[in-house]
Each structure stands twice: as C-alpha cells, then as structure tokens.
Design a protein around this ligand. Structure first.
Ligand code: ADP
Ligand code: ZN
Length: 710
C-alpha cells in the first residue's frame, strides 16, 4: 500500500520522495488509526491526507476553516488531475446536486467542508462511502490556541456519528495544551501523534533594533526595489500604518496594497486575490492577513513592528518560503512598539499570559544568541548548533565590561528618584537642555550629563540590554517607568560586574531613492533570464486557467527546471513537482522555451552567422525541421530552403525523410505540364494546394539533382 502511495505522490504531485514524517503519517492512516500531525507551515501537511485519499476506496472529507483556502486547495488538486470539490453556502442547489452525485459515484475523492456545513450535512454524509476525515488547522478547536473558532467545537459530532472512521487532525501550532485539547475535543482514540521539526532553515532571521521610522521606511523601500519580482508581506501594528506605508511605497512605484480588518469583505478578498495572482507585489497588512493564503512563493516577510508573541511571529514569518526556497525575514523592533503592545496586553482578557508572552518575544528580539536556537527552544525542540542563517550568527556581537555604563545609568535613575521612562533617562544621562529637564531640575543632579560620550541610539540599545539582563525593569502600571532591580543595585554598588554587547553599527547608506530606478535592477545572469521567461509562461497558463501562478508550478519547481534544463519529456517528468497531468498540459511549452534558451546560450555568435551550417548541425542531432524553426526562431520555410540548398550542395542529407516518393512523382508531372516555370506558386496551384510549398521545393531539388546525376 505504501508503495502505491509513493507512485501516487509522483504521478499526481510530481514528487519523488516523501518529506520527513509524511510516510509515517500516511501509513498510520492506511492502518485506520486516528492521527495527529504537528508540522510547521510549509511542512507538507496536505499530502498527508491527500495521498491516502487517492489510494483508498471511498471519500475523504476535509474540514477547513476558510472558504478561500478551500477554493485554492481544490483548484490545485484539480490541476493535478484529482477529483476534488468543496461545498459552502455560496453554491446554488444544482451545483450542490452535481457535487453530491460525483461523491456518490466516486469521481470525487476529496470533499472540502466548512465546520458549519459539516453540521448541516450530517444526513447527506451518511449516504457517502467515507473513509477518512481530515481536520485542517485543528488548533482552531482549542480556546488555548491563538486562533480559536467556536464553529470548530461542533466537530465532536464526527466521532459520535462515525466512530469507526479514522480522523487525521493537522496543525502548525505546537504547544502541549492545544495538542491535548484537540485530542479531547475530537475524541480521538489513542491517536498516533507525529511532531515534525519546527525548524525552517530556509528562512533567514533578522532583527533590527531601534531603527527610526524614516530610516526604516528607506531601508524597506531599498530592500523591495532590489527584488522587483518577489512577493512579500509587511506586517504592521495598526490599520493606519498599513495604509500609510502602502501609500508611501506606491509613491516609489512599488506595487503595494494595504489589508486590514477595517476594510469590507469585498475589498479584502480582492486584495488577497491580487496578491495570490501576483497582481500586487506585496501587502502591508495587519495580522488579519495570511491565514487564508496558501501562496508558496512568498519570498520575504517584514515585521514593521514587534508582534505580540512568538507564536504569531513564527506563524507570520512561516508564510514565507513554503516552497522550501531561501526566503528572508526581517523584524523591526522599537521601544515604542513595546510600550504600545504592553498597553494592549494589560487591557486584554488573559492579562498575565499575554504579558508573559510579550516578554518572551522581547527577549527573542534583544538576544545576542543564535535566534533560531531561541525560537526552536521556545517550541520545545533543541537545536544543537548555531544556525548560521540569522543576524546574530552572521555578525556575532562582541562584548565588553559594561559595569561602568550600567552604574552610570542606575545612579542617574536613583538620584532622579521619580518615575521616569527610558527617553527621559537618556536625556539626563546625555545632559540635554530640553525645557522639561530644566523645569524638573534634573540638570541639578550630580549625574546629569555623565553619559554624554554615548550617543542616544546606543544608550537605547544598552538600556534594552539592561532590561533583558534583569538589571532594570519596566513598571508597566506606573507609566512605563524604570526601576533598578536588586541585581542592578548589586552592580551599582560594585558587588558584581556585567558584560554588555557592543551595539550593532548600522551602515547608514546614502539613500539612492531619488536615483533612476534602474540602478537597483541588477544585471541578470542567463539562468535568471530563463527563470524569468518560465515565470512568464507560468503566468500565461495561470491567467488562462484562472488559478494562482504557483498552482501551475511552484517557484521551487521552476528553479529545478532552470538548474536541470530538461529538453525531453522524460527529463521534464523527472523534475520535482512535475506529475503526469502537468507534463501533459504544460510540458511541451516549457520544454520549448528551455530548448530555445539552451540553444541561444550554447551557440557562439560566429556559428550563428553561418546559418546553413547551423541547420545542418541540428539536423544531424536529429532535430526535426519544426524543432529547428522553433529553436532558431526562424520560419519553417526558411529551414526547408536551407535543407534544399544543403542537399544540392552535396551535404549528406536524406531528403526522403521529409517527402514521399509519391509526392515527388506528382511534382515531376506538374513540371512536365508547366514546362520550365520556376514559380512555386504555379506548382502549388497546379497541385490544387495539396502539396505544401516547402515540399514542392524539396521535390524540385531532388529532381534537379537526379537530372544532374543521370
Ligand atoms: P502546509 O499545509 O504544511 O503548510 P503544504 O501542504 O501546503 O504545507 O506544502 C507546502 C509545499 O511543500 C507545497 O508547495 C507542497 O506542494 C510541497 N510539498 C509537500 N510535500 C512534498 C514532498 N514530499 N516533496 C516536495 N515538495 C512537497
Ligand atoms: Zn543563528
């Protein structure tokens, strides 16, 4: 059976190998066991139930929370030649009838339903031959999860009504409470649980601390202009920021859209659709964006502000690089985000939990350790080594004895002896003469100005480090004022020392934004050009079929094509991501483009000028005249005229492979009738158009040569 699964994986999805755990999960389903799967976004959860659905007799019901997601999945399955459909409230009666009919007669293998639809369709379901229930985004069932959906709690009816049918629950949320809750609420019977590694090594992790808004915008614009064809998402803290940022980006000719919960459903759907279909390059969004999106070629994710917890952060960056290709993530972190988020957390229902979670993401952002290790640790796994693909690994921070700096900051704070925030403390340390400081008399205290040798942004970074080292704490309910901790006081009084990390010196580039946009566009290598050409062809197909481009082929698959340059059907089928159906539908066109590219890049200009020789060379390599015409981008009749000339010049060419003896005889007769006419058109008309021009020409060459030989 598992062998059959492997065959189906190649035939329908074009993949040669299962990813880690897919194999085991499928085996568990084939053994009719309840199964719980935890895999990160992009880990390949869908294959876990789609492949079994294909090889088992009967129907697989898939529960999915969002209609847009269902539609994408069903489209993608159909493109692969798999019978799939969804039912939701938007369909009319006849449409629904047709789908039900197809479920009954077995032509549909996977039926997607929303939880509400499931509830109302119970009677109908008992008519079907159901073999498997798959619950996607299963964490939505748990109030402990970060995405609770009350509708999901209705799913307990499945086990009640279908006690013997296996359920597979899938989620990308890892924590233990949620996991337990899923098992309990779905009444899973001693489920096999599979937990994949949550590490996503293809995502680079970068955190940038304390960058001022103006500079941040410059950096982002610069970043995007360097990647003119790459999709991305910018997560922002508020609706207002999404709109302002999108506006600003559009001002630099960047195709950006905003997305937030304040827009109406139509606008939101349209934006999402534009993004999926590459009509907008990037979306500036609040957290509301992304859950309904399966787009596999998001190449980067930027957090314009600090997210509220590590779970959200991880899920949001996880929307990049689902196809497994290298993708970039950048998190911008500033103290004002922290202040705002703390206020939100303070006012939230699960106050303590939320504040604790915020603290953890803050520690992550401020850490001077490999970020991936912290992240993976958070999800309960251990990474043995530094990752090499985060900003800390790439630029390790060196440390120095920071005792004196800490003492300066803490003594200023203690002498002020009033609740003050970070910025005010820095102003005092730097000896600023702002009116507020003078009014309060802070310029009179002994430590006023003792830190003037350190710049403002550096002080900010040092104070953040002091906070994360536990030397200072922020008292949220006293206007975010700072307090020295007992550990801090020990350092202040010389009982302990401490190290600090040097702040990162950002290379503040001269901004080139006013320059011609072209300066940003790097020159393309031959492979990049090919990738671009293939991408365009993919887009044409996507538009014809009204599906997202990545549903035709993923970026990863295109990249393989560029690496391997398949010019035959067999080679094309061997590419990861090319199944039987896609070979049939798209193979010819893609192969054609790749061949043409190969040709252009292997022929030197001198050879190109010798056009006859080139046709001859290709003929010898068994290319047909049609192939040659396409490869060389010359007209078919030109190719035939080359063949005639070559033949007459004595090149060893077998004309008979292009024309039959009968055709030659007919042209001979025509020649007799027409006398010595050398107009092809006369021949053509005489032969009533039954023999094509190029064949007439070949026949005449044949006759001419025969005459000479005789
Ligand atoms: P998830 O639902 O876990 O986020 P998906 O099922 O959407 O992930 O899979 C992510 C990407 O990985 C998709 O483009 C999918 O086609 C691809 N994929 C899944 N399984 C394999 C495999 N065995 N080999 C190669 N690519 C795979
Ligand atoms: Zn690292």
């Amino acid at each position: 059976m598992i062998e059959q699964a492997r065959v189906a994986l190649k035939a329908y999805f074009g993949y040669d190998e299962f990813r880690p755990l897919q194999n085991e999960v499928i085996q568990s389903i084939l053994d009719k066991k309840d199964t719980l799967v935890l895999m990160p976004t992009g880990g390949g959860k869908s294959i876990c139930y789609q492949v079994p659905a294909l090889i088992m007799e009967g129907l697989c019901i898939v529960i999915s929370p969002l209609i847009s997601l269902m539609k994408d999945q069903v489209d993608a399955l159909r493109i692969n030649g798999i019978g799939a459909a969804y039912l939701n409230s938007s369909q009319d009666f006849t449409e629904e009838e047709t789908i039900i009919e197809q479920c009954l007669n077995g032509s549909i293998k996977l039926l997607y339903l929303s939880p509400e639809k499931l509830k109302s369709s119970m009677a109908m379901l008992s008519e079907f031959n159901i073999k498997l229930f798959a619950i996607d985004e299963a964490h939505c069932i748990s109030a402990w999860g970060h995405d609770f959906r009350p509708e999901y709690t209705q799913l307990n009816v499945i086990k009640e009504r279908f006690p013997t049918i296996p359920i597979i629950a899938l989620t990308a949320t890892a924590d233990k409470v949620t996991r337990k809750d899923i098992i309990k609420q779905l009444s899973l019977k001693r489920p096999n649980t599979f937990i994949a590694s949550f590490d996503r090594p293809n995502l680079s992790l970068n955190v940038k601390m304390g960058v001022k808004t103006r500079e941040k915008d410059f950096e982002i614009i610069d970043f995007i202009l360097r990647k003119p064809n790459q999709s991305g998402i910018i997560y922002c803290l508020s609706r207002k920021i999404t709109e302002e940022l999108a506006e600003k980006l559009r001002g630099h000719s960047i195709n950006a859209a905003a997305y937030h919960a304040g827009m109406n459903a139509d606008e939101r759907n349209e934006t999402q659709d534009d993004f999926i279909n590459d009509r907008v390059q990037l979306v500036c969004a609040t957290v509301a964006f992304g859950m309904g999106i399966d787009k596999s070629n998001v190449r980067w994710v930027i957090h314009y502000n600090l997210p509220k917890n590590i779970e959200s952060y991880y899920q949001e960056i996880g929307r990049a690089g689902r196809d497994g290709l290298k993708s970039e993530t950048i998190l911008y972190y500033s103290l004002s985000d922290l202040v705002l988020l703390t206020q939100f957390a303070e006012q939230s229902q699960q106050r303590e939990l939320n504040i604790e979670k915020l603290r953890r993401i803050q520690q992550f952002a401020e850490a001077n350790l490999c970020r991936r290790r912290i992240l993976i640790n958070y999800f309960g796994e251990n990474l043995e080594q530094d990752c090499g693909n985060c900003d800390v690994c790439k630029k390790p921070r060196s440390r120095f004895d920071g005792t004196i700096l800490v003492q300066k900051a803490l003594s200023a704070l203690l002498r002020i002896n009033e609740p003050i925030g970070i910025n005010m403390l820095i102003e005092v340390l730097r000896g600023s003469n702002k009116s507020e400081i003078i009014e309060k008399g802070y310029d009179k205290i002994k430590t006023y100005g003792i830190g003037s040798d350190v710049g403002f942004p550096h002080w900010q970074q040092f104070i953040m480090q002091m906070l994360s080292l536990g030397l200072l704490e922020m008292v949220y309910d006293e206007g975010f004022s700072l307090k020295a901790t007992s550990l801090g006081k020990e350092i202040l009084f010389g009982k302990k020392t401490t190290e600090l990390a040097y702040p990162l010196i950002r290379e503040i580039k001269k901004h080139t934004l006013s320059l011609d946009e072209e300066t940003h566009i790097p020159t393309q290598t031959a492979n990049e050009k090919l990738f671009d050409t293939l991408r365009r062809l993919r887009r044409e197909f996507a538009e014809q079929e009204d599906v997202p481009a990545y549903a035709i082929f993923s970026d990863a698959t295109l990249e393989r094509m560029v690496m391997e340059k398949p010019t035959t059907e067999i080679a094309f089928l061997a590419i990861q991501g090319v199944g039987q159906r896609k070979l049939e539908k798209y193979g010819r066109k893609f192969i054609e483009l790749i061949s043409r590219h190969q040709y252009k890049n292997t022929v030197t200009p001198r050879e190109k000028t010798d056009t006859l020789k080139e046709t001859f060379r290709l003929l010898q390599h068994n290319h047909s005249p049609e192939d040659i015409s396409k490869l060389r981008n010359i007209h078919l009749t030109t190719v035939y005229s080359h063949i005639s000339t070559l033949y007459l010049n004595g090149s060893p060419i077998n004309l008979r492979q292009f024309i039959s003896m009968e055709e030659i005889e007919r042209v001979k007769l025509a020649q007799k009738a027409l006398g010595q006419s050398n107009k092809l058109k006369d021949y053509f008309d005489f032969l009533k158009g039954e023999i094509a021009y190029h064949k007439i020409r070949l026949a005449l060459s044949w006759i001419e040569k025969q005459d000479k030989l005789i």
